[in-house]
Design a protein around this ligand. Structure first.
Ligand code: NIG
Ligand code: FE
Length: 426
């Protein structure tokens, strides 16, 4: 089908009960700045090509763009598309067995020690074809879009050989090329030390050398990723190894992200701040010193409340302490087969309010502007404002607080990414 809005004609979205624009500075919002999602009434949005060309009263837009095509929001909520800045959406099978194992008391890292967890997904991915991985991922992106997501970051990290990491990243490149969601790729070859290296003498060293000497240069040469990410966690990669890996990646132009202090505090948040990482993600076990370090840095603190909920840890990252200290907080799904098989961004907003104790405005900013900042995209993405990418969604509610409130409902009726429909069809 012809994608609406991509033919140069202006389209205006009218008749919204509320419009949550998240408009403001084109950068991460920190601390008290997150309190203002700029919610307006009677406000429409005009789109031309892949850009927003007007945000104003419906009638003002009609006067400014005579002959524009109109899309009726039917008294719903008009909002920026969500930026899901942390997913592992390219994987094979689900891992139902671990969900039950954890319920009986076996911890996540113990399952990995026994060769399950990430290793189970690695064995599975290596046995699959590229076409299979691509075909499995497409409907997942459509499901994310059905919740109003218009930008998605996808990490590799279930290949854990140079060959299989590159295959995963090429699948991500194919997903980017089909023109549905805006896809951002991250190389996460440092997701784990692969089983075949784990018990070998010098195995860790060999894998780390392989990442810095082979994988990162190949990824950079082929332009396959914007970021490198490391699982910096006691028992996985320590702070010194993470610093070394991310420095090597940065020298090749891959910007830094970290899975930081997810289950235990290992000083990863402070490392992220010290190397000016674009984001430090998880942070459920962050120390008070880590909170202060992030608050003083430019690094976005990306919180993944669905992961802690699904792991059944009974803990969450200290979102209030982070925001109150002046940090920039984003939220994301962490969509993956082990710790967060969640494809609903609106549910993340619910968890942001109910579990992380954020206000609805803070949750909206965290899922839009700050998600974009966590991908280095705050200059173009995450706001309904002139000149920004035409990434927007309509939800069948009349109040911005209603999306986190009516949890578990499917309320997104329409989404456009880059000026093209991505839900209900692309
Ligand atoms: O973000 N913590 C490491 N990585 C993922 C989980 C990956 C998996 O268990 O497959 C996470 O939680
Ligand atoms: Fe993750």
């Amino acid at each position: 089908m012809t994608a609406l809005g991509n033919d140069g004609i202006v389209t205006i979205f009218v008749n919204a009960a509320q419009t949550v624009t998240c408009a403001g500075p084109a950068r991460a919002r920190r601390g008290t700045e997150m309190q203002d999602a700029d919610v307006r009434r009677g406000c429409g949005v005009a789109v031309q090509g892949d850009r927003i060309v007007g945000v104003d009263a419906d009638d003002a837009l009609r006067r400014r763009f005579p002959g524009a095509r109109e899309i009726d929001c039917e008294g719903g909520l008009l909002a920026p598309g969500f930026v899901d800045s942390h997913t592992h959406a390219v994987f094979g099978r689900a891992r139902y067995e671990e969900h039950e194992l954890r319920a009986t008391g076996v911890p996540y890292l113990e399952i990995a020690r026994r060769g399950g967890g990430i290793h189970a997904s690695v064995r599975d991915l290596r046995a699959r074809t590229d076409d299979d991985l691509f075909a499995l991922a497409v409907p997942r992106l459509r499901t994310l879009a059905a919740g109003g997501v218009t930008t998605v970051e996808i990490k590799s990290g279930y290949g854990l050989t140079v060959h299989d990491e590159l295959r995963s990243l090429r699948v991500i490149a194919r997903l980017a090329a089909i023109g549905g969601l805006h896809v951002v790729a991250t190389c996460m070859g440092a997701h784990e030390v692969p089983m075949e290296y784990r018990d070998a003498p010098d195995g860790r060293r060999t894998w780390i050398d392989c990442l810095t000497g082979e994988l990162y240069p190949a990824v950079a040469a082929e332009g396959l990723a914007a970021f490198a990410d490391v699982f910096c966690e006691p028992g996985v990669f320590d702070v010194a190894e993470t610093r070394h890996l991310l420095a090597a990646a940065a020298a090749l132009g891959l910007r830094s992200k970290l899975h930081a202090d997810e289950l235990h505090d290992g000083g990863a948040a402070a490392l992220a701040a010290s190397i000016d990482a674009v984001s430090a993600d998880h942070l459920a076990a962050i120390s008070p010193a880590g909170v202060q370090a992030l608050a003083r840095s430019r690094t976005v603190a990306t919180l993944l409340p669905a992961t802690m909920l699904f792991l059944g840890t009974g803990r969450q990252a200290p979102a209030r302490a982070l925001i109150d200290a002046g940090a920039a907080v984003a939220v994301a799904t962490d969509f993956n087969p082990g710790t967060s098989p969640l494809q609903s961004f609106p549910l993340v907003l619910t968890l942001a309010v109910s579990e992380l104790r954020m206000s609805a405005s803070e949750a909206w900013i965290a899922g839009t502007v700050n998600g974009a900042a966590a991908l280095g995209l705050a200059g173009t993405t995450g706001q309904l404002a002139e000149g920004f990418r035409a990434d927007l969604a309509v939800h069948a509610v009349d109040d911005f607080r209603a999306l986190p409130y009516w949890f578990g409902e499917r309320l997104c009726t329409l989404a456009w990414a880059g000026g093209r429909a991505c839900h209900p069809s692309w």
